[in-house]
Design a protein around this ligand. Structure first.
Ligand code: HEM
Length: 412
C-alpha cells in the first residue's frame, strides 16, 4: 500500500533493503516506522543510508549496538550536533549535549546540582501543588485537549521553576522549545532562518536575566548556576543560548510527550489500567514503562572519530551514526514482548529512552518524579481518562510527540 497523499509506503517489505531510509519524518507521524525498524533490526541492524533527505548516515537499530555507540564516546563524538541532519546554515549554538570531554563534563557539572536528589526532594511538594491546581481546573465529562491543558501546562510551570523564569511569561519557554526542535535538520516545519530569528529573541530575553543573576548571590536555578560557575560564567552569548536551548528542550518536550503518552497507553491497555487502579504502588514502574513505550526522543546522532567495526560493517572515520532509541526499545533480543505495554515488568528501567554513558539524561529522575506525582493525583480524582479521538502527532524523526489528544474525564 502506498499512501497517495504523502507517498510513504506503509509496508517496508515493498522496498529493496538498500532503499530503506527510516528517518523520513512522515513515517513517524503515520506510525509506519515500527515495521521499518523491525525489518532493519532483523535484516540489517547497522544499515547504511546513502541518499535521501538526511543521508549519507548509518542507522543503528538494536539495543546492544546502541548502548555500544553511546558508551564509546571516544569512538563516536557528539560534536558538533546530535540531530540526524546537517544544519543548512552555520547557526549551531554550542551546547554541552553536543560536546565531548572535557568541556562537556565541566559544563554538565555546572548545572547538575539543580536536579540533584536533595533538590528534587525539596521540589516535590511544589510540583504536587501545581499538579493539583491544574487537575482541579479541568472540565469533567466534556472533551478537551489533554496536551494543551495538562502536558504543556505542567511541564512549562516546571521549567519556569528550574530557571526561576518570570511565571507570567512562561508560555514563551514552550514556544522557544517548540521552535528549537522544529528545524529542517530533524524534519520539522520551520525554516532555518525563522528558527534563528526566534532563538535570538530568546537569547535577548535570557541575557537580561543572566545579567541580574550574575550580579546577585548564587541560587539553585539554571541561569544563576551558569552565571556563577567558573566553567560557564565567561561563556560567549551564543554558547549561553545553546545551553539554554538544551535545558529548555530537555525539560520540556520530552516530559510533555511522556505525560500525553501515559494517558494514551493506559487508555489503549485497559487491563493494565485496571492493574494500576488496583495497586497504586505500580505507579513508579508504570512511569518507566511509559517512558520506554513512548521513547520521547527518537534518536541521537554521533560522528565516528576513527574507523570502527560495528555489526560486521565498517564505519569510516567522519561518518554520521544515528542511534535509534525508538527502535532499541522495541528490540525483542533485549526486552520481552517489547511491543506490549506492561506496567509491572521485572526490570522497568531497562530501556534506552534516556540514553547511556556520559550524556545520559541529566533530568531523568525529575521527569520520572513529575509523572509519578501526576498519576498519584489523577488516580485520586478520576475513575478513567477516556481518549475520544485520534491523537495528532508531531512531524519529526526526533521528537516523538503529540500536538493534540482529545479526552473526557470520568470522576471517581
Ligand atoms: C540528555 C531523554 C527529561 C535534561 C538526554 C538524552 C536523552 C534524553 C535521550 C541524550 C542521551 C545521550 O546522548 O546519551 C529525555 C527523556 C526525558 C528527559 C526521554 C523525559 C521523559 C529531561 C528533563 C531535563 C533533561 C526533565 C531537565 C533538566 C537533559 C540534559 C541532557 C539530556 C541537560 C544533556 C546531558 C549531557 O549531554 O550530558 N535526555 N530527557 N531531560 N537531558 Fe533529558
Amino acid at each position: 500500500m502506498v499512501d497517495n497523499e504523502q507517498q510513504v509506503p506503509a509496508d517496508p517489505y515493498s522496498l529493496q533493503l538498500a532503499d530503506i531510509d527510516p528517518a523520513i519524518p512522515e513515517l513517524f507521524r503515520k506510525q509506519y516506522h515500527w515495521e521499518y525498524f523491525k525489518r532493519l533490526r532483523e535484516e540489517d541492524p547497522v544499515h547504511f543510508v546513502e541518499g535521501g533527505e538526511f543521508g549519507p548516515y548509518w542507522s543503528v537499530t538494536r539495543f546492544d549496538d546502541i548502548v555500544f555507540v553511546d558508551t564509546h564516546h571516544d569512538l563516536f563524538s557528539s560534536y558538533p550536533s546530535i540531530g540526524i541532519g546537517v544544519p543548512e546554515t552555520d547557526f549551531e549554538p554550542p551546547m554541552f549535549i553536543a560536546m565531548d570531554p572535557p568541556r562537556h563534563d565541566e559544563q554538565r557539572k555546572a548545572v547538575q546540582p539543580v536536579v540533584a536528589p536533595q533538590r528534587l526532594a525539596e521540589m516535590e511538594s511544589l510540583i504536587r501543588s501545581r499538579v493539583v491546581e491544574i487537575l482541579d481546573s479541568l472540565p469533567v465529562g466534556e472533551p478537551f485537549n489533554w496536551v494543551e491543558r495538562v502536558s504543556i501546562e505542567l511541564t512549562t510551570r516546571m521549567l519556569a521553576t528550574l530557571f526561576d523564569f518570570p511565571f507570567e511569561d512562561r508560555a514563551r519557554l514552550t514556544y522557544w522549545s517548540d521552535v528549537s526542535t522544529s528545524g529542517p535538520n530533524v524534519g520539522g516545519m520551520i525554516s532555518e532562518q525563522e528558527r534563528e530569528a526566534i532563538l535570538m529573541e530568546c537569547l535577548e530575553y535570557f541575557s537580561r536575566l543572566w545579567k541580574e543573576r550574575a550580579e546577585a548571590p548564587p541560587k539553585f536555578d539554571f541561569i544563576s548556576m551558569l552565571a556563577h560557575d567558573p566553567a560557564t560564567r565567561d561563556m560567549e552569548p551564543i554558547e549561553f543560548l545553546g545551553n539554554l536551548i538544551l535545558l529548555i528542550v530537555g525539560g520540556n518536550d520530552t516530559t510533555r510527550n511522556s505525560i500525553t503518552g501515559s494517558v494514551l497507553a493506559l487508555h489503549e491497555n485497559p487491563a493494565q489500567f485496571a492493574k494500576l487502579r488496583a495497586d497504586t504502588s505500580l505507579i513508579t514502574s508504570m512511569v518507566s514503562e511509559v517512558i520506554r513505550w513512548q521513547t520521547p526522543l527518537g534518536h541521537m546522532r554521533r560522528k565516528a572519530t576513527q574507523d570502527v567495526e560495528l555489526g560486521g560493517k565498517l564505519i569510516k572515520k567522519g561518518d554520521r551514526v544515528v542511534m535509534w532509541y525508538i527502535s532499541g526499545n522495541r528490540d525483542e533480543k533485549a526486552i520481552d514482548n517489547p511491543d506490549d505495554f506492561i506496567i509491572d515488568r521485572a526490570n522497568p528501567r531497562h530501556h534506552i529512552s534516556f540514553g547511556f554513558g556520559i550524556h545520559r539524561c541529566m533530568g531523568n529522575r525529575l521527569a520520572e518524579m513529575q509523572l509519578r506525582i501526576l498519576w498519584e493525583e489523577i488516580l485520586q480524582r478520576f475513575a478513567r481518562i477516556e481518549v475520544v479521538g485520534e491523537p495528532e502527532r508531531v512531524h519529526s524523526n526526533f521528537v516523538m510527540g503529540y500536538t493534540s489528544l482529545p479526552v473526557v474525564l470520568h470522576p471517581v
